[in-house]
Design a binder for this molecule. Sequence first.
Ligand SMILES: Cc1ncc(COP(=O)(O)O)c(C=O)c1O
Length: 351
Amino acid sequence: MSWVAQLARPDILALKVYEHAAWRPQLERLHANELPWSPAGADPRTEVNRYPEPQPRALIERLAALYGVAADSVLVGRGSDEAIDLLCRAFCRAGQDAVLLCPPTFGMYSVSARIQGARVLTAPLSMEHGFALDVPQLLERCTPDTKLVFLCSPNNPTGNLLEEQAMLRIARALAGRAIVVVDEAYVEFAGRPSLARLLGELPNLALLRTLSKAYGLAGARCGALLADPEVIRLLRKIIPPYAIAKLTLDAVLCRLAPEALAEGKEQLATVLAERARLTRALAGLPRVRRVWPSDSNFILAEFDDAGAALEQGCRAGLLVRDARGYPGLGRALRITIGTAQQNSRLLEAWS
Ligand SMILES: Cc1ncc(COP(=O)(O)O)c(C=O)c1O
């Protein structure tokens, strides 16, 4: 039995997949109980009256090329949120298995795990070391029934990259025992390469990527899991058959065309320049106690009175994220880098 089959839920391995309407675009469709007309006012090219292609080939190939991996290592879904959910569902038996995560971190890992009935174990990041991984602590806390380890790099809400060698040590130590899922939602802002180049070498490494952040497509809902082809095949068994809307497919392919990519590079450069400016300016405000260095498109900052700062932002028409609910971040707000004008207005509201 392969290592993936040993880790997966036996009932998912045995599941007979839903047979979606066959994808035969060269034939006229009288097999899927759709209406044959586009709705009035809709562009017929969007084909919204038709079910979309399940796991669209063109999108998978485009994302494989973008991320530098083989097409059979890519699963596309409605944001990386969907991949997090599918991983929990495919690998964790309710009431028996666990996931491990490193708080303070992105909230969906524990939410998806709990919905699935999995236990949530934690190995907190070390605040004294700039929210770094504590590898010995993590490996010690990883029980034999831990199926998934979520690492977020750059981490939300702290903004920092995790050390690459630390992540690789964890993946090597857990080879065959757990899948180490590195969430790279913000990696494009970090100026460092993705771990995608190491997927072949470390089969239990899986990566989450998204079009929602650096590619500006949060509203289209599209993200990807890059992983061992056997993991991808398993998740394809349980992803809803028509997860990617045709409108989403069109929006993503359009965003990944050469002209749009060139424009995107300029936007990225603007975000990075504004991140540097905002970091400096925040550090100079008397009410700000600490600004954490960021490798992403947001900044975590600690205030004398975070509640008042939040309120003043709202009065200026600007909403930042209250991060005080995260463990150890009782005075913190998370500020997304906006346009230069928005950033200046925020600084003015806090001056
Ligand atoms: C670390 C991290 N991972 C994943 C996501 C979800 O992204 P998506 O829009 O691809 O579902 C977010 C969204 O904020 C995030 O911060």
